[in-house]
Design a protein around this ligand. Structure first.
Ligand SMILES: C[S@@+](CC[C@H](N)C(=O)[O-])C[C@H]1O[C@@H](n2cnc3c(N)ncnc32)[C@H](O)[C@@H]1O
Length: 160
């Protein structure tokens, strides 16, 4: 049964719509001490933008072709083949990631919302990063319609 002592994630989930917003978030969310994982890096176009803002970045993608091309284009950045759903393989990279970027094909629509949420929860639980930034218009829309309920009792000052 849930109670006050149960484990609560502290990771912030940042949802972006489209690649422009996804990349715009870098200047706001990535800082020089961060070790960043990008999931779904394709040819490394975003990974290369993250690199100068942080301590270390690793770009990953399920596609061997994409990773080989990313390595050719950006030999100074580390790229690895990774299926995002294989979190054990992500752990084998053996880094304490502080920020995670996710841009995977197939995660944009509303029908994939549960997959997005389970992926975010899985990476937040295992790596405990400060934030996960995900490209998902569906999650952004859903989150913008969510209001965390706060009862008046919680806000009442002792003098009230
Ligand atoms: C839209 S592209 C990424 C673009 C890239 N982030 C950028 O900013 O240029 C989506 C990528 O997700 C990758 N992908 C799809 N399913 C994946 C999975 N299960 N694990 C990791 N990557 C996946 C695809 O191979 C593709 O390269």
């Amino acid at each position: 049964m849930a109670n006050e002592k149960q484990f609560k994630l502290k990771t912030k989930f940042v949802s972006t719509r489209g690649v422009k917003e996804y990349r715009e978030s870098i200047s706001e969310w990535v800082n020089k001490d961060d070790v960043v994982l990008e999931i779904g890096c394709e040819w490394g176009t975003t990974t290369v933008q993250i690199a100068p803002q942080c301590k270390e970045v690793i770009g990953t993608d399920i596609s061997r072709v994409c990773i080989e091309r990313a390595r050719q284009r950006h030999p100074d950045i580390r790229f690895e083949i990774l299926d995002a759903f294989d979190v054990r393989a992500a752990l084998d990279i053996d880094k304490q990631f502080t920020k995670i970027y996710i841009d995977m094909s197939g995660l944009s629509g509303y029908r994939s919302l549960l997959d997005v949420i389970s992926l975010l929860t899985m990476y937040a639980t295992v790596f405990r990063p400060d934030a996960i930034i995900v490209k998902s218009g569906a999650l952004k829309h859903f989150a913008s319609n969510c209001i965390p309920w706060r009862s008046r009792e919680t806000h009442r000052k002792p003098t009230d």
